[in-house]
Design a protein around this ligand. Sequence first.
Ligand code: C2E
Ligand code: MG
Ligand code: MG
Length: 724
Amino acid sequence: MAESRDTPDRLRHVRERVLSGFAEDDAGILVEVVSEVLAGESFTVSDLRRVGQPIVHLSDGFQVMTGYRREESLGRDLGFLMRDDTDQSEARAAREATRDGRAATIVVRNYRKDGSLFWNEQRHHPVKDGRGRVGHLVVVQRDITELVHARSANEAARQLASSLGGEGAFFSYGALLDGRGSVEVTWVHEAVRAVLGHDAQAVLGGALTELVVEEDREAFAARLEALRTGGGSRRDRYRVRTVDGRVRWVEDFAAVSWSSPEAGLVAVHGVMRDVSAEQRAGLPVGQVEAGTGLPTLSVFDDRIQQTMKRVRRTGGAAAVLVLELDNFEFVHATMDHRLGERLVREAARRLQRALRRSDTLAWLRPGAFGVVLPDLADPGAVLPAIEKLLAWITRPFEDGNVRIELSASVGVAMLPNEARAAADVRVKAEGALARAREAGGGRFAFADLDVEAAVQERSTVERELREAFSGEQFVLHYQPRIRLADGRSAGVEALVRWVHPERGLLPPAAFLPQLVRAQLSDALFEWVLKKAVEQATAWREAGTPRRVAVNIGAEALERPDLEHLVRRTLDAAQLHPGLLELELHEHTRASALEQGIDALAAVRRMGVHVALDDFGVADTNLSLLRVMPLDTLKIDRSFVSRIGEGADPCDVDMLRAMVALGHSLRLIVVAEGIETPLQRTRLEGFAVHEGQGHLFSQAVPPEYAIVDGAASSWHRRNGATPVH
Ligand code: C2E
Ligand code: MG
Ligand code: MG
């Protein structure tokens, strides 16, 4: 570790500089620091000032990944892993970025020493010298073949059972989609022969598009684009030509399994099924509307039925909505047909964004959608959901130089109600919709007028909370995290406060539950993230960089755009991901964890740290702990408070065991709520890495948390006991 060397301050300084994209012009130190920052990863360092841009250093991980021994790679250009079939434009793009001093991520086909192909995700970090010229290139590499191939196979098999009905031969495949609209099949099951007549070998690579019949190519391209930009999954039908020239209908189900926005690539896994027989027999054209990829009426009714059953069995509230674009018929009649279709697709995309993953959005008829909200905390929670849907629809639609403003009306039927059949519930919602439209559109109406009256009564706190957002009444305070071994700063945690106009400074416990109920916690997360990241940038620019931890609630974890949001926020503030940490609470419900785990893993791959907060309060099962993408374990305050003066030996043992668990999972172990020197000494004895608590500092406004030790001056002025 840097601390054991003779110039720890210098090293720490250089490390921070490397993390934010700069290093000094000293290749020896650069290698040393990079090795520390990227311990265990596969990476190379190339000297760009020398002819041929030779690799001057490489990690053990790189040797393992490529099979080349160190001396076989040193002195060569990194391109030696490529072959003629590697997409050279990717490599060119990375070279251009390097020349401009920008980082870039690319995914390329590389070959190991034994000749086998692997997909290499490379992150190119140009490193500037003291005069601002790019002198070295650090390339962090990751073998993602597993993700691209094997995962495709497994995932496809798993989804097969649930996603496919009907008969007809099928096969599973994996593919990469890029920004130029090309599709590269990376893996395909040999059953492909039964559907397309071709050998697996003939379908691998870029040949799939050519098999699609001419008339369906445009729709096929739109499908790829929607998958690439919208994520999620799609099921479409189109026609392909088999090896003997016959035309067959296939139904193609694909889901995004991995994506790299920086490289502009997504990987999908899919299942393709021959549905020619169904098409011939004139059976309903599947359960999916072709233009939007949304489920149709039968799926909607089915979902309503399931929700009715569940609500009746376990209680709780749910809602069925019918949403119709108000002026759609007029727009559709007066506009270019294609534009109308694009408008509907865009509306569907927006509605999907406004909903949670567990909600259902269905296609009812042109311009009308069905929505099932299966899981509402209380009936009142339907209002924010409707407002969110309407807000998305009323944003102007831009298409070329056409700008269209739409509104929508919504009919709502709450569950449970007296209806026994799904269709009856739907009819109720349609009736309410008619009332909303008669009243002039752009509004919603409930099927049951009593429910309407009750639901409309929003709590004062919820209204105030909305005002708090618009009136910028939230502030962030920061609590330092201290490295126990040497008392130095190890970052800060951002903690939200509400400066209430009448009640003064309120702690999160006084408003978070209401905020969740009002479906505003998503908005809070966005706000906190933005503020904290901007603050971290300000600290870095002031020469006192520190990692900022942001708490993330279940609702934010469930956002489908979590990865994108984090990336966008970091990019906007130009902050290195290594200076951000997300803290997720151990009591986060399992469903949210499951949904968020991929996004968290992706965020972590960017370099953002992920911590499990309040560890010990829930019974997290150990296997979950092992698969969760974590860097840090924060032991809950309640355990720390029990190991002070006169502690029960059982409590001390318990804490020791928790720390040992963290160590064995190779996590940074942090203890929360340290209030006394005795607690600190004990924790240090258990080799807890970092601590947080009133012993060091409370959460303070940012200007008091800048320099080590400065926080205590705030305490002195404000009457708290400084102990550091
Ligand atoms: P947490 O993330 O576990 O944060 C630590 C809490 O413990 C903070 O309370 C902090 O002030 C308090 N604390 C720290 N050291 C000590 C100590 O030595 N003794 C005692 N008695 N308390 C200490 P705070 O700020 O009231 O926050 C409470 C919880 O609210 C947080 O627990 C977190 O779960 C949540 N929270 C705070 N800010 C946010 C936010 O921006 N978003 C979300 N989703 N949740 C937040
Ligand atoms: Mg926390
Ligand atoms: Mg905590």
